[in-house]
Design a protein around this ligand. Structure first.
Ligand SMILES: Nc1ncnc2c1ncn2[C@@H]1O[C@H](COP(=O)(O)OP(=O)(O)O)[C@@H](O)[C@H]1O
Ligand SMILES: Nc1ccn([C@@H]2O[C@H](COP(=O)(O)OP(=O)(O)O)[C@@H](O)[C@H]2O)c(=O)n1
Length: 195
């Protein structure tokens, strides 16, 4: 049976950084599920049709990491039919041997509730905004407002809201550097693999 690592958490908490590192070190496949919602929002037109028709070219767009793409993603992500259109792809991806790491908002709660490892990665609002502002060359105060807006929309939506799974391990990276955060995540994987 493939090994599944589910990583969820609010915007810019370090999910992707940890997910990529775990996948690389364990030889697992990695899916940044936020990209599916970003590509759906960026495609324009009817969001449900956009989600159903997503192809490799949509996911390779160079503008998907922008703040605007993030805001558009969180709007289309609140539409239940959009989420439903993306479920099968994510679950198929998760079942690949020898294992997969998926990061997003609802991986441990909805997409892969049976994942062997569930991490909920978080950090203070200010630290997350500062990191994302540095990454995008944006103003930290504006970024803080945008992230809060998006986290609120993601947490308050009726379908698959952002929240830790009951059995998730909370990993707060507010005062952890990248290597320390990766080490903490690897320690949790080890704990499960070698009890
Ligand atoms: N523990 C950390 N300490 C400092 N910077 C970090 C840490 N984790 C991630 N970052 C940086 O913060 C930004 C957001 O991280 P990312 O992994 O993209 O978050 P997410 O996938 O949750 O949106 C990136 O620029 C990344 O390099
Ligand atoms: N599994 C997921 C992943 C992302 N999303 C949505 O997609 C948006 C962008 O996700 P992302 O993971 O790329 O965002 P960041 O945390 O990288 O800023 C989020 O704000 C959510 O609205 C979701 O609803 N479910």
């Amino acid at each position: 049976m493939p090994f599944i690592i589910a990583i969820d958490g609010p915007a810019a908490s370090g999910k992707g950084t940890i997910a990529r590192a775990l996948a690389e070190r364990l030889g697992f496949h990695h899916l940044d599920t936020g990209l599916l919602y970003r590509a759906t929002g960026a495609k324009g037109g009817d969001p449900v049709a956009a989600a159903r028709d997503l192809g490799p070219a949509d996911l390779a767009r160079p503008d998907l990491r922008s703040s605007d793409a993030g805001q558009a993603a969180s709007r289309v992500a609140a539409i239940p039919e959009v989420r439903a259109a993306l479920v099968d792809f994510q679950r198929r991806f998760a079942r690949q041997e020898p294992g997969a790491v998926l990061d997003g908002r609802d991986i441990g709660t909805v997409i892969c509730p049976d994942a062997q490892v569930k991490l909920y990665v978080t950090a203070s609002d200010q630290v997350r905004a500062a990191r994302r502002a540095a990454e995008l060359g944006a103003d930290p105060a504006e970024m803080l407002a945008q992230l809060r807006d998006r986290d609120r929309r993601d947490s308050e939506r009726a379908t698959a809201p952002l929240k830790p799974a009951d059995d998730a391990v909370i990993l707060d990276t507010t005062s952890l550097g990248i290597e320390a955060a990766i080490a903490a995540a690897l320690a949790e994987v080890d704990r499960v693999l070698r009890p």
